[in-house]
Design a binder for this molecule. Sequence first.
Ligand code: ADP
Ligand code: MG
Length: 498
Amino acid sequence: MSLTHLGIPVDINTEFETVIGLEVHVQLATESKQFSVAKSRLNATESVAEESVNANTTPVCAGHPGTLPALNKKSVEYAIKAGLATNCKINLKSVFSRKHYFYPDLPKGYQISQYDLPVCQHGHLDVELSGDQVKRIGITRIHMEEDAGKNVHLAGFSLVNLNRAGVPLVEVVSEPDMRSAEEAGSYLRKLYAIVTCLGVCDGNLQEGNFRCDANVSIRPKGSTQLGTRAEIKNVNSFRFVEKAIEYEAERQRQVILSGGKVIQETRLYDSQKNQTFSMRSKEEAEDYRYFPDPDLPPLMIEQKTIDALKASLPELPDQKRDRFIKDFGLNKYDATMITAGAALARFFEDAVALSGNENAKTIANLVIGEPTRLMNEAGLDIGSSKFKSAQFSDLGKMIASKTISSTAAKQIIAILFNEGGDVGAIVDREGLKQVNDLSALEPLIDQIIASNPKQVEEFRSGKEKILGFFVGQAMKATGGKANPGMLQDLVIKKLKGN
Ligand code: ADP
Ligand code: MG
């Protein structure tokens, strides 16, 4: 039996293309909820404290009959800003609709969302790919909606926490324009950089401030039709979205090559197993019985409001990146990494301001290397970590003055991450000062050379690699504190016998 997909014959040698469209829920950082005066943002202690469960809830959030929604103006401004920063057209008239479904965390029985007339449409983002390529990804629409509450499942029973019910969100829906996990990751990071830079989203990934549904299908390369998609729900880490897409594309390929059919369904990603699994078959839009919410008049936005918001936009990540390249001499990769989140960019600029522009490159390298790795591992971001800009300014200055080596800086960063503290004090305490006066080392190097005649011979006969052996021996004797460049120069001088 010969196999086909989208009417095209396929076999094990067929090259498939992955097609991805992303729906991102961005939680808006307003003080109160979308349609009620209930508090929307919980601080870190509140969000875990037992006594705060259901404390940020009004009869509106709980869906009591007779209550009426009152639109939060700030949420509209934030949605418009997000639209402007992603090159969208802002609709002067948009409509709130009811999206019906039953779930205990949705007491009204419907979610207020926008359907056929969203607030923003027809935008795009230009995203950077490897090899200096840039690709334009279309944004179909950005609509406003309210979040649902949260079910907490315990042994034999479940509880409902409505603190999140009614929290304002925008959903940013992309065109199915992405063709790889890399493109999807790059798009997400760019969108994240923009909404955090605008200040319309707090950007706390652990708290679900920015969560993504990835729609994935595959097709034989060259086909212009779309394959049936699976929608992977609620992934809240960029890396996991990339991995889920890779897994899912390969799963679909195997389904097709084994004679099966990809079915339209909602799947979940298990990051521990690195697999997606089926959650439910997907609802069609008709199932939601959308209709305009009779309690909310159409949302009319004046052009002058849009113009004023446009004029108020801050420097956006792309502009910031270009400025960092120009003013601080960063390369494009480093500048993109540094401007990937508003908080990180501010942290970097503060450190450079304290330390001087001449140390900017060193500080950029320090910031995007070890700290990023440590924070990712611990699920922290720059704001929730113990890192302070002043520490990185000090590190930059000490590397520039050769007081410490970059290896020592890495050690210090690990200590700062765990304990915080003053860089100078840590350098003293841990004895990390770099030795730059190597005259005391000369007799030692002479001795190493004298006791290894065979290696010396190798070096002199042109086997320069052996140099590492001598430098390593000498470095060991100094407890790793010698300035590596100077030490190498000294060893070469001695080996050449002058
Ligand atoms: P829904 O809201 O029901 O998930 P939409 O039609 O609004 O449906 O599409 C949602 C997302 O799915 C969009 O980002 C779109 O680009 C993407 N998408 C639609 N069809 C496909 C497909 N065949 N393959 C990959 N992505 C798709
Ligand atoms: Mg969807």
